[in-house]
Design a protein around this ligand. Structure first.
Ligand SMILES: C[S@@+](CC[C@H](N)C(=O)[O-])C[C@H]1O[C@@H](n2cnc3c(N)ncnc32)[C@H](O)[C@@H]1O
Length: 322
């Protein structure tokens, strides 16, 4: 072999947890993949584009609620608060909140996608000089410890969890996650959290199947990521994006449908797909205002306030740790 013409490239190290989660998910009767893996650098950029789509009412509705009610939210949070944001992404939403708070003590963003988080940290540090920022890369559902900022022990901590990210967890997981958040807080600390609300299925389905096909690219990027990082040979043209609202489960489900029977190799292991078989890649659960308040109470929080839009499409809640 002519080594000069065909230089050897070191294969990227396989992420063992990613590999075992993928194989475990694809061996299930209903094939599934954890949605946190949708967010590599490409996935995070595609998600940013989804947020700008006309069809995706979630981001713009939430932004309008924040814009209208920031002073009330800042009043609930109070002075000298430490803001912790799990799943911070590009940290776009927190900036106006931080700017409206009285003398915030620190900002702690956590995300599984390092590229997007580290760029966002630099941006926040530039725009809010003097605010200590401690960014952490990791899975917020199972990080041993969240980072802390020097000199902030004893100050009020508020977890900021916008974007309806709680909707990506099924009801049991959402309960466990909120209880996990509660365990990180002391009595009197806070949670500012966004939830998408139950609504007309036409509005919901359009949001997750946009006419520009960005959501389809976001969904399929998961297969491209598995090809890139786990030595797999998914043919993306053999899968189609599908999303639909499941009224009984009150959630939008996102799937990838195999268009014909075929096999895929992942790190040497072969996985068979039947024609029409799907990989379930994401859930987006929708809540009622009363149902979410009950969930907050069940997990150790007192709901103190919520803000919604005129169409009642979305809500932001402030709750205090009991
Ligand atoms: C739906 S987006 C929300 C982003 C941003 N907070 C917003 O509201 O626009 C989810 C974000 O959470 C991150 N994420 C998802 N699951 C995660 C996990 N288990 N641990 C850490 N970050 C996670 C993703 O990388 C992504 O940036």
């Amino acid at each position: 072999m002519n080594m000069a013409a065909s230089p050897m490239r070191a294969a990227p190290p396989i992420d063992e947890a990613f590999y075992s989660d993928v194989l475990q998910g694809l061996h299930r009767e209903q094939k599934s993949l954890p949605c946190k893996y949708l967010y590599d650098e490409t996935g995070s950029r595609l998600f940013e584009r989804i947020c700008e789509l006309g069809d995706y009412y979630v981001t713009r509705t939430e932004a309008a609620i924040f814009e209208q009610h920031l002073p009330e939210m800042a009043h609930c949070i109070g002075p000298r608060a430490v803001i912790v944001e799990p799943g911070a992404g590009n940290c776009e939403k927190v900036r106006p909140l931080l700017e409206s708070l009285e003398n915030p003590a620190a900002y702690i963003p956590i995300d599984i996608s390092p590229e997007i988080l580290l760029a966002a940290r630099a941006d926040i540090e530039h725009r809010l000089p003097g605010l200590p920022v401690e960014a952490a890369v990791g899975d917020f559902t199972c990080m041993e410890a969240w980072p802390t900022a020097d000199g902030t022990a004893g100050l009020r901590q508020v977890i900021f969890f916008p974007g309806s990210t709680i909707g990506n967890f099924d009801p049991q997981q959402a309960r466990a996650l909120l209880a996990h958040f509660r365990s990180r807080l002391k009595r009197g600390d806070g949670l500012l959290i966004g939830t998408d609300l139950v609504k007309d299925s036409v509005v919901l389905e359009r949001a997750y199947h946009d006419s520009a096909h960005v959501t389809a690219d976001f969904n399929k990027n998961l297969l491209a990521r598995i090809n890139r990082e786990l030595d797999a040979d998914f043919d993306l043209s053999l899968f189609a994006h599908r999303s639909f609202y499941h009224p009984l489960r009150q959630r939008v489900e996102m799937h990838l449908v195999s268009l014909k029977s075929h096999c895929v190799s992942i790190g040497g292991e072969r996985i068979a797909f039947r024609e029409g078989e799907t990989i379930h890649t994401e859930n987006s659960h929708k809540y009622s205002l009363a149902g979410f308040a009950e969930l907050l109470r069940d997990t150790g929080f007192s709901p103190l306030a919520h803000w919604s839009d005129a169409k009642q499409h979305y809500a932001v809640h402030y709750a205090q740790a009991d």
